[in-house]
Structures are given as C-alpha cells and as structure tokens.
Design a protein around this ligand. Structure first.
Ligand code: C5P
Length: 222
C-alpha cells in the first residue's frame, strides 16, 4: 500500500509552515519541513566558511551534513539539529533563508537531499511543505495544494513572526528580501517554484488561518 502524501507548496510567507503543521496534527500525519533542510545546509556551509557559490564544496557539505528534527523539551516545538548543534533559531532568520535559496539553486545539492525527503514518507501519511514537493519529490502525491498570498501580505506575516522572535527587521527591507528570494526560487532552472498541474490553488490573502486549514483539510477529506 502506498502511504498517502499531501504536498503544500508556495512562496515564503504564504502560510505554508503554519498550515502544514496544523493539518498534519489534525490528520495525525508526519510533517516534512523541506525548507529547513535547505536552511540547514546553507547554515552548515556558512559555519564551515564555504563560499556558497563553490558548487563542489557546497555539494559535499549537503551530502555530509547531519540534520535531525526533534521535539523540544516542552513538546510544543520542533528543534532542528545540524551536525549535533541546535540551530533552530539561526535557521529562522532571513539571512538563513537567503543562504538556503542560494544553495537550493544548485542541482547536485537538491539531489543530495532527495533520499532524506523520501524517507519521511511513512504510515499513516505525510504532509510535505516546500517549493517542489508536488512537482519533483512526491509527483505521485494524492493530494496537492499550492498556497499563495500577495507580496505585501507575505511580508507583513514574516515581519510579525520575526518581531515575535525578537529579531530586528524593517517591513520594507523584508518585503524587498522576500521578493528577491521568490524571484530567484521561481526563475531557477531546477525545481522552480510553481504549482503542480494537479494542485489546488489557494490564495490566502486576508484569510484567517482556521479558514485556510479547513480548505486544505477538505482537499484530503472532502
Ligand atoms: O520554506 P523556507 O522559507 O524555509 O525555504 C527556504 C528556501 O529553501 C527557499 O527560499 C527555497 O529557495 C529553498 N527551498 C527549496 N525547495 C524546497 C524548500 C525550500 O528550494 N522544497
């Protein structure tokens, strides 16, 4: 029997992370935050002092970086361990997002992360959050969603998230960074950000989280 997969792709700030977590909880399915893998490799490459445009060095780094997800002590949060170091907070920054986007455009880096992602597919099911979950990694997924929202709204959401975490950012600077990252993700040659032909498109601009969750849930359990 094939394990069911729900793919949730979309640009940063579309609400993917939050929605994926809530829907996975409701379904009792596992969660794959694929963006965290690219962030972890970008982080590990930076920590090793690598030049992010050095394809061979960054590829070796992607192949050898140990990435583990584990529940926080209070069970409310997932911590990401990169080569044994809890890098969760560093991975959330826009700097880490930009580094992730840079190394994610290297085909051999993407290839190095394929098996790890496929390994998350275990019973009773998987919710996979990313850019290419429905197009490249799980093309056979039974359920596919593509979330979008206006650039201004996405910047506002990220701003709120980062502020809550105590990071100092400006809204205009953030919107510029997000637009640059999305443009790079959408225009790259390999696994560009785009909806799978069979994905359900959901524009979340102005939509409360509960409504988006209900809509995505209905894709799986109509
Ligand atoms: O989703 P998140 O913002 O954490 O992703 C960070 C970056 O990782 C994205 O901007 C994108 O370049 C890359 N990424 C990717 N493919 C995925 C998930 C993330 O290329 N499946």
């Amino acid at each position: 029997v094939t394990v069911p997969v729900l793919t949730i792709d979309g640009p940063s700030g579309s609400g993917k992370g939050t929605i994926s977590r809530l829907v996975a909880e409701q379904l009792g399915w596992r969660l794959l935050d694929s963006g965290a893998l690219y962030r972890a490799v970008g982080y590990a490459a930076g920590a090793a002092g690598l030049d992010l445009s050095d394809v061979e060095a960054v590829t070796r780094c992607a192949q050898s970086t140990r990435i583990r997800f584990q529940p926080s002590a209070d069970g409310h949060d997932t911590r990401v361990l990169v080569n044994g170091h809890d890098a969760t907070d560093e991975l959330r920054t826009e700097t880490a997002g930009a580094a992730a986007s840079a190394i994610a455009s290297i085909p051999s880096v993407r290839q190095a992360l394929v098996d790890m992602q496929l390994g998350f597919r275990k019973a009773p099911g998987l919710v996979a959050d990313g850019r290419d979950m429905g197009t490249v990694i799980f093309p056979d997924a039974a359920h596919k969603v593509f979330l979008t929202a206006s650039a201004a709204e996405r910047a506002k959401r990220r701003y709120k998230q980062l502020k809550e975490k105590g990071l100092s950012v400006t809204l205009s600077g953030l919107q510029r960074e997000i637009e640059a990252r999305d443009a790079r993700d959408a225009s790259r040659a390999v696994a560009p950000l785009k909806p799978a032909a069979d994905a359900v498109l959901v524009d979340t601009t102005g939509m409360p989280i509960a409504d988006v969750v209900a809509k995505v849930f209905a894709v799986v359990r109509p």
